[in-house]
Structure formats: structure tokens, C-alpha cells
Write a protein that binds this ligand. Structure first.
Ligand SMILES: C[S@@+](CC[C@H](N)C(=O)[O-])C[C@H]1O[C@@H](n2cnc3c(N)ncnc32)[C@H](O)[C@@H]1O
Length: 249
């Protein structure tokens, strides 16, 4: 995928890319992660508070985290939001098959400009999404805004493993094997070449945690999963924070 200059152009290119790979997205996830992606999402939803009544799953894609959250927290209503309609369309039959139509609701929305009121959610999740958001700080500020005071944000994304040997093997797999297999199955070689580049371009764990603190999250922490191939970040909207936080430009 080319990376045209302005933020709106880059956002449009990313939306086009996810829309194009939507039909083979689930199959490739299972294949390319050897099924480990499911365990990562389970670990994410295990961190949800016990009584989240309203959960927002941002960049929900084909709904795997939304479904896992609804299953793990039977009292919860889960709102799945994504800006790529073909990804959301992939979620619809999965939600119906799980009998969760009433509890998992989908919305076509951008993470940078959420159509929800301040403090609307007890928890916000985003799995393998924040890395792709062009104005990342703006999305973080929006996550904070729609969380109620004391509400939890859980952010899961790829990382570069800290062990140099593991990092080298992972780098080879990620930059050679994965783009080839992803390209063959999806027919979109550019999209799967973009994946390793986007992971390389993502800030370090400490820098990303700092950017969460900078927009106003409290109690920010993170932990690595599977030798540091993925990292799960957590932050809380502090009590007493003024409502109506304005996202950065
Ligand atoms: C790698 S997929 C992850 C999907 C899902 N969360 C999962 O765990 O499988 C990334 C998703 O982020 C969405 N996305 C990227 N940037 C976005 C934005 N600015 N607003 C909303 N969705 C976005 C894409 O459309 C895509 O569905």
C-alpha cells in the first residue's frame, strides 16, 4: 500500500485496505497466527472489569473481541465500531450464529471521532486497531472521553519481542513468510506487506504507555503476551476528570 501524505488520504487508504481484505480476514488471522490470536483476545477480555455494563469494542473488525466480551460478561452490552463496512458485514453472521444479536450492536464509525456521549462506557477495548489509526492521539482522547470515570481501556497490539533471537525469527516470519501467505490467500500483497511495516512504525511499549498518560489516562500499565509478540495495555479514566475532554487536533 502506498502511504500518501495527508492524514485524511492515509486514513482513506487504510479503510480501503481493510475493506479489500475483509472476506479472508478471519481465515488469515487463524492461519498466520497459528490460532494464537484467539488466546490473545481471550486474555484481553479476561481483563475486563467484572461488571462492565457497556463495553465499546473499537476497530472491532469482524467482531471477534466484541463476541468474546459478550460471552465473558453475560450482563454486558457490547458496541462494536469500525470504519470499514465490509469488516462489519463479516461480523453480522457471527453475531447471529452466537445468538448475541441483542447484546452486540455494530456501528460504522471512526475511532478518531466517536458518535457516543461523554462517559457512555464502562470499558473500551481495541485489538490490533490502534496501530492502524492515523491520528492515534486523537483516538486515545476519544477513548478517554467516552469512558465513565473509573472506566477501563484495554489496548492489544503487536510488539517487537524484547529477546533479540526471538525478534530476529519473528522479523523473518513477519517480513517474509506472512506477506507471501497473506498475499496469496487474500490476493492483496500490499496489505500484508503493510502489516510488518506498521508494527515497526509503532512506538515502543514505554512510549505508547506515555502517550496514554499524556492524553489523561491513569494507572497505565502493560504486559507482554507470547514472548512479547503482542502487548496488552491498560489505562483507567481517573475520577474527578472534567467531562468533555476535547480530542487533540
Ligand atoms: C487488524 S483489524 C482488527 C480487527 C479486530 N479488532 C480483531 O481483533 O480482529 C484492524 C481494524 O481496525 C479498523 N480501523 C483502522 N483504523 C480505524 C479507524 N480510524 N476507525 C475505525 N476503525 C479503524 C479496520 O477497519 C480494521 O477492521
Amino acid at each position: 500500500m502506498t502511504r500518501p501524505g495527508t492524514a485524511p488520504e492515509r486514513t482513506r487508504a487504510i479503510r480501503r485496505m481493510f475493506s479489500a481484505i475483509a472476506p479472508t480476514y478471519d481465515l488469515l488471522n487463524r492461519l498466520l497466527s497459528f490460532g494464537v490470536d484467539r488466546s490473545w483476545r481471550r486474555q484481553l477480555v479476561a481483563q475486563l472489569p467484572e461488571t462492565p455494563l457497556r463495553v465499546l469494542d473499537l476497530a472491532c473488525g469482524t467482531g471477534d473481541v466484541s463476541l468474546a466480551a459478550a460471552r465473558a460478561r453475560p450482563g454486558a452490552r457490547v458496541f462494536g465500531a469500525d470504519f470499514a463496512m465490509p469488516m462489519l458485514r463479516g461480523a453480522v453472521p457471527k453475531i447471529a450464529r452466537a445468538g448475541l444479536d441483542g447484546r452486540v450492536l455494530l456501528q460504522n464509525a471512526s475511532a478518531e471521532d466517536l458518535p457516543y456521549r461523554d462517559g457512555a462506557f464502562d470499558a473500551v477495548t481495541i485489538a490490533f486497531g490502534i496501530r492502524n489509526v492515523v491520528r492515534r492521539d486523537r483516538a486515545l482522547a476519544e477513548m478517554l472521553r467516552v469512558l465513565c470515570p473509573g472506566g477501563t481501556a484495554l489496548i492489544l497490539d503487536f510488539s517487537i519481542p524484547p529477546n533479540p533471537v526471538v525478534a530476529r525469527l519473528y522479523g523473518l516470519y513477519f517480513s517474509r513468510v506472512l506477506p507471501f501467505l497473506g498475499g496469496v490467500v487474500s490476493g492483496d500483497f500490499d496489505a500484508y506487506r503493510y502489516l510488518p511495516r506498521s508494527v515497526e512504525g509503532f512506538p515502543s511499549r514505554a512510549a505508547f504507555a506515555r502517550s496514554m498518560e499524556e492524553v489523561g489516562f491513569g494507572e497505565v500499565s502493560y504486559r507482554d503476551l507470547t514472548l512479547g509478540v503482542a502487548t496488552l495495555y491498560r489505562g483507567v479514566r481517573p475520577h474527578g476528570q472534567a467531562p468533555g475532554i476535547t480530542p487533540g487536533a
